[in-house]
Write a new protein. Sequence first.
Length: 308
Amino acid sequence: MVLESQEELSYAKKREVLLILNEYGRRGWNFRWKEHMAISNELLAREYESIIRYLLLRAIINQQAESLKARELTINLYKEFKEKLLRRPWEIELVDYIKVFRRIGGHKGSAIYRVGFLRGIKPISLFTYRIMAYVYYIKKLEKNKESLRGIIEESLNVKELYDLLRNDEILSIGWVGKDPKACRMFINWIIFLYNKVWKESIGLSMRDTLMIVDGHVGKVFARTGLIGRVRYEKVRPYIIEAAKMRYEIEQLVHEFPEVVPFYVDNGAFYLFEDGYCLEESPRCDSCPLSRHCKKYIKWTGYKIYREE
């Protein structure tokens, strides 16, 4: 890892940029949230516990996956097994889970989990240990007469909930990394549902949401000058190390109480998804941040930067 300092935006400019990201993320998320969650209106009419369990499975499966295929897989698992998947998943044979996985991802599953990114782990093995982490976590809940809804509603703060889910003896098998982005994503989805869809008061507000900060989000913070120190890979300049900048980025966003971390994170990601802050040849002139951005375009999320 290499650390490079750069001139950053003024406090006032940072506020303007974060407000733009917040609004861009809020509007984009409100339009796309069902698509991101891969959730149908039929499922949304179910009990909260079923919805929450479905989203937990969705988050676990999504890790290191091709996003559209991961959504398709979750949707098809529910179509195939219905409420049993959410209430008694241990009654479903592993071979039947694998049949659905292969139907969506191909015989090897490489359409879902790309082999080259897994360092020798077979896609089907990856799916197996993740689906089993979900299955046996739900079985543990049922055995102990507990519910995910109860765990969420009884949590005193977001850190307590995050630590509980991240460090669970069974669920931890299914997470990737020490600070799993999927766990953060799952918690954000649940906070959004309670606050904006179900309109129910719990101890967690939208301001309590967590930032995921993948490579594309970290790239926006680096390119704009929102942060003055950028960490990047020594052997592959200038690919940023987003996970190592997450804490600093979260702390910055928390300095501005008028923005929601989840919306800011989404707003930064959508700048990539909507074709503005691309890895190569970014469309800076038409970008919503163009007036304020420092345009340090050498920083990338995943591709090696080359001078034109």
